[in-house]
Design a protein around this ligand. Structure first.
Ligand code: MSP
Length: 482
């Protein structure tokens, strides 16, 4: 068999200090779409997601809840796994940083960095926001507070081990400028270049165990726990090593995340990889950050959209579809349950649902007759493919839905319910087949229902291959109007 191309996509691993919210599922759905699209294109795909379970934030939250950190993270990690399952996420591994394999690998890497003198002992003094689990410079703060968490960062001054991040400044700049290490969209690349030019300082990679015990002990000094980020980044590697596919899949083809964590991902992470002589991921794609009803999502505001109840009310495909269609991928945006309901009713139920139900119901009554499908010429497959390659997931959906509109107009203009033209009905059914295949990465459950009902396999080559069925049954309702 020919050597197939590979595709490795990752999401950030999510903190286990609170239940999953709609922001977490956004990135994971996007990654799922890329994974499924690449599988359809015939590549060998690995899709990794998971949870980031150590650190001060988790330790403190568990304590407040009267639980041990382990009890706490076990519960939240389960919630993440359950919600991803509900959403039909097709990840190939779910990595948890408390997994013993991961912990051991991280210790090996730390020892290597220490032996190579990239880690040294010193003192560290800086502002630290526990909410972000990130160091802040004076210029990051607004009125002395973290703009994201509205809290005053703690000033940390303690004995610590440091990583020689500064040594990688020029090398990183060069890799980013030449595009060898690609950061997308362009706006983010520019931001990072400016940030790196302003100077990279060595960073603390440990906390005294007496302060943060919930972390991986440094292998060369057990009085210290590993800084949560230095532990977390390696998930991208341990997650494939655990499945024994590191050689095949590393480096990652694309790593998805929002802008909140781009600085660390575009500096510390590649520097750690360079220091350990690992290849760098090919692309970091930074999608937008969204608000809910115009406000920052926060527990205290009580506007955290709970993915489980959204799926219960609208179905997993509506939630997947809505999040990808509503916000241009890569830009900031806003989501609300009202607009989810509107898109569910107007686009999924009225456009896609209606098309499938009208056409299958007419085809059941009158039968179909095989013919050349001229309608299909209006489907812009190449453009859709290009959009996905450029991470324009919303535009790909726009293009598929433009074709759905064309099909609905065809039913309307040709008055098919009167003419009962069997050839035209065949054209429509064959077009629905193409639509369902293209939509599979976005709304897999619905696409599979359509495929089963009409009788075809979901494969790219079947888009152009004429549908080969003689009889069709009326489809069940795909989307109930709310
Ligand atoms: N644990 C770190 C990541 C370590 S990766 C080595 C972390 N976790 S997090 O739980 O805070 O997740 C942040 C990520 O969740 C964002 O980068 C983004 O992918 C997703 N989102 C969280 N809220 C979001 C929005 N409001 N909008 C878009 N994405 C959101 O950071």
């Amino acid at each position: 068999m020919k050597n197939r191309k590979k595709f490795y996509v990752t999401t950030p691993i999510y903190y286990t200090n609170a239940s999953p919210h709609v922001g977490h599922i956004y990135t994971t759905i996007a990654a799922d779409i890329l994974a499924r699209w690449n599988r359809l294109s015939g590549k060998d795909v690995f899709f990794l997601t998971g949870t980031d379970e150590h650190g001060q934030k988790v330790q403190e939250t568990a304590e407040k809840a009267g639980k041990t950190p382990k009890q706490f993270v076990d519960k939240i990690a389960k919630e993440f796994q359950n919600v991803f399952k509900l959403l039909n996420i097709s990840n190939d591994n779910f990595i948890r940083t408390t997994n013993p394999f991961h912990e051991k690998e991280v210790q090996k890497i730390l020892q290597e960095l220490y032996d190579k003198k990239y880690i040294y002992k010193g003192f560290y003094e800086a502002y630290y926001c526990v909410g972000c689990e990130q160091y802040k410079t004076e210029s990051d703060l607004v009125d002395g507070k973290c703009p994201l968490h509205k809290t005053i960062p703690e000033l940390r001054k303690e004995e610590a081990y440091l990583f020689k991040l500064s040594a990688f400044q020029n090398k990183l700049l060069k890799l980013i400028k030449t595009g060898k290490y690609q950061i997308l969209p362009e706006l983010r690349r520019k931001e990072i270049i400016t940030f790196i030019k302003s100077g990279l300082k060595d960073i603390s990679i440990s906390r005294l165990k007496e302060k943060v015990f919930w972390g991986i002990p440094l292998p060369f000094d057990k009085k210290h726990s590993t800084f949560v980020w230095v532990d977390a980044f390696w998930n991208y590697i341990t997650g494939i090593k655990e499945k024994k596919v590191f050689k095949k899949f590393w480096p990652a083809d694309v790593q998805l995340m929002a802008k909140d964590i781009i600085r660390v991902h575009a500096t510390i992470w590649p520097a750690l990889l360079l220091a350990t002589e690992n290849k760098l991921p090919k692309t970091l794609f930074i999608h937008g950050y969204f608000t809910i009803n115009g406000e920052k999502m926060s527990k205290s505001l009580g506007n955290v959209m709970d993915p489980v109840s959204l799926v219960k009310r609208y179905g997993n495909d509506s939630v997947r579809y809505y999040l990808m269609r509503n916000i241009p991928f890569g830009q900031d945006g806003d989501v609300s349950e009202k607009s989810l309901e509107d898109r569910h009713n107007n686009e999924l139920a009225n456009k896609l649902g209606n098309l499938v139900s009208r056409v299958t119901s007419l085809a059941e009554k009158t039968g179909i007759e095989k013919t050349e499908n001229k309608l299909l010429k209006k489907l812009k497959f190449k453009e859709i493919e290009k959009h996905i390659e450029n991470y324009e997931l919303d535009k790909a959906l726009n293009e598929i839905f433009a074709f759905i509109d064309i099909c609905n107009e065809y039913v309307q203009n040709q008055k098919l319910w009167e003419t009962k033209n069997k050839k035209q009905l065949y054209e429509l059914l064959d077009s629905i087949k193409a639509i369902a295949i293209l939509l599979w990465p976005f709304i897999p459950e619905t696409s599979e229902k359509i495929a089963k009902n009409i009788g075809f396999d979901i494969r790219f080559e079947n888009i152009r291959k004429p549908l080969d069925v003689k009889r069709v049954k009326k489809s069940d309702i795909l989307f109930k109007k709310i």
